[in-house]
Design a binder for this molecule. Structure first.
Ligand code: UDP
Length: 328
């Protein structure tokens, strides 16, 4: 049986990856320090023979007993609110955490896939973004802690690949949504859905002309799965090219949820990228992959999921005050 370590396993993407690899017959070794992750996302797996969980912070030395065939490094805060609250940890998990996991991969002769991000392109001057674009990143802006950690992560991963011959994979993940996202964590989809559920006005930042391209989680997981099992070691964009402005998106959510709320405008966060759309030619060619779930369908499923949660569960999924749990 193949053994895979998944870091950030209690998070949004990490927990969906645990489900997928369990379903594929792997033994899943899940790891999370539970700062932004939530055990609720994986509690259904604890009863399984093929699943184990370590409460561990990967910025400290990582030890896993026994064989390992694959590592998926998905531990990281991933929302602008998180970067403001825990900037040092965001830098550390992308940099020191990645270094530890590369070291572990080398020791175990495991293949490692790291979760990179469209944020490596910063506020892009090229549109849509292909993997050959080097990006336009402000090192010292609030989101610079995430962007630069992820850029360093790609760099050290390629160094381990070239210098040590390690089998490495780099997924550049574009905005992804679906069940298990944290509500109200500042990201636009849970923000709008939470507002629609609570009967609050939808908050559009800036004039709403900035664009994003949203990928449904099942498509994202399929892309990551194929990339891990491919023999391709350069970065691959995984996202849905369907681009929409945030203002149009707010209108779409109002139509979809049937709420009677208005749209209100709030200040644009610093260095909020003006446009973002993945060029997925490489993923199509190398992985034979492209997204299958349209935005309307995906949003409906996601909204139904949030609606199905009890009030208590919803509150638990609200944004938490990390300062109280942060032990660094
Ligand atoms: N945004 C918004 N209202 C909100 C939250 C976010 O208009 O309540 C905007 C945000 O300014 C950005 C876009 O939606 O332009 C996507 O934001 P998100 O934080 O989801 O992701 P990222 O900026 O990292 O793509």
């Amino acid at each position: 049986m193949k053994r895979i370590l998944i870091t950030g396993a209690a998070g949004f993407l990490g927990s969906h990856l645990c489900d997928r690899f369990i379903a594929e017959g792997y033994r899943v070794i899940a790891m999370d320090n539970l700062i932004t992750g939530d055990l609720k996302n994986i509690e259904h797996l604890f009863k399984l023979e093929n699943f184990e969980f370590y409460h561990h912070d990967v910025t400290k030395f990582v030890h896993v007993p026994g064989e390992l065939h694959y590592i998926l490094h998905f531990a990281s805060p991933a929302s602008p609110i998180d970067y403001l609250k825990i900037p040092i940890q965001t830098l550390k998990v992308g940099a020191l955490g990645t270094h530890n996991l590369l070291g572990l991969a080398k020791e175990k002769q495991a293949r490692i896939l790291i979760a990179s991000t469209s944020e490596v392109y910063g506020d892009p001057l090229v549109h849509p973004q292909s993997e050959d674009y080097y990006g336009n990143v402000n090192t010292i802006s609030p989101r610079g802690v995430y962007d630069e950690a992820k850029r360093f992560q790609e760099s050290i991963t390629m160094a381990y690949h070239r210098f040590h011959g390690l089998e490495t994979r780099i997924a550049r993940i574009f905005n992804t949504y679906g069940p298990r996202m944290r509500l109200n964590d500042g990201r636009v989809i849970p923000a709008f859905m939470g507002q629609a559920l609570r009967g609050e006005d939808l908050t559009v930042f800036g004039d709403g002309k900035q664009t994003r391209s949203f990928c449904y989680v099942d498509d994202q997981i399929e892309g990551i799965y194929r990339l891990l099992l491919s023999d391709y070691s350069l970065p691959v964009n995984i996202g849905n090219p369907g681009e929409i402005s945030i203002l149009e998106f707010a209108e779409e959510i109002i139509r979809l949820t049937g709420t009677r709320q208005k749209i209100i405008f709030k200040p644009l966060p610093q260095d909020d990228p003006l446009q973002r759309q993945p060029d997925i030619s490489r993923a199509k060619e190398v992985l034979g992959w492209e997204p299958e779930v349209g935005r309307q369908e995906g949003m409906k499923t996601t909204f139904e999921y949030f609606k199905s949660l009890s009030r208590e569960e919803l509150e638990k999924r609200e944004h938490r005050d990390f300062s109280k749990r942060n032990t660094y």
